[in-house]
Design a protein around this ligand. Sequence first.
Ligand code: HXC
Length: 273
Amino acid sequence: MTTAARAVFAPGLFDGQVALITGGATGIGFGIAELLSQLGAHVVLASRKPEHLEPAVADLLARGRSASSVQVDVRDPERVKAMVAQVVDEHSRIDILMNNAAGNFYAPSASLSPNAWKSVIEIDLYGTFFCSQAVLPVMKAQGGGRIISTSMTLHYRGWPMMAHATAAKAGVDALTKTLALEWAEHGVRINAIAPGPIPTEGVRKAFTPPPGSAATDVFDVEQAMDDHARKTIPLGRMGTPADIAQMVAFLASPAGDWITGGIFVVDGGEWLK
Ligand code: HXC
């Protein structure tokens, strides 16, 4: 994050608040954890993989931040409920839920196996629903909370080789609007952010065709991302996790108090091209 951007948010903005961030140990999720913890929140990073969680929490603690972790597979509603119970047990509250866990890969629809389809739909869409539903009673009892989900823009026009992810994220957008209407009466604000291309390790992996696939000969992920930034992003650069984290901080702050059911594109203008 640039110094100028950092100055936008008041130090201590999230003091005393607890933010639960799925997929919080890597990529965009970790960028969100960095900013929210810098602004005073205790961040709970959730992931399936201890090998991601441990170094991420250690990194934040070494910087004097307040952070902990919980292991979860968001596809499993019972594990999700146990995660929420554990966070409440350890930290008493959940002010912000960031539904950021995603599993995507680049693959032709014609040969996508049923399990491949199911895996992505379950992580991206079911996981968002299970986590949102599980935190509702906690937020309701507290008198409110904020739920923010990571969406995408690729389903606005369709995106070859991403049938599973585009379908799941279209569902996330629909959930954002519907849950916002249902849960406004409980003081829970629900929004989504649609990031443009952000070259995290996860995205590199998602866009790298598996060995032996028909696309391997014609697709160079690094070249494709460079070409993309130059030709199709009006603001002329790829995004960073901090670009998304800043929007999360705004929506989660009191400046967002009258904002719910919104899907906010943060992509340098890319989707309009
Ligand atoms: C075709 C694939 C595949 C690939 C996996 N599968 N990778 N099929 N092409 N590249 C198939 C497997 O063969 C299997 O089907 C099924 O998917 C499940 O695979 P598993 O590895 O057993 O599943 P699991 O361990 O649960 O892993 C889930 C996953 C994995 C989604 C497949 O990629 C994952 O955990 N990803 C998490 C990290 C991630 O992807 N982050 C992306 C974030 S980037 P069969 O039939 O063989 O059993 C992002 C933005 C992308 O979201 C868009 C940018 C613009």
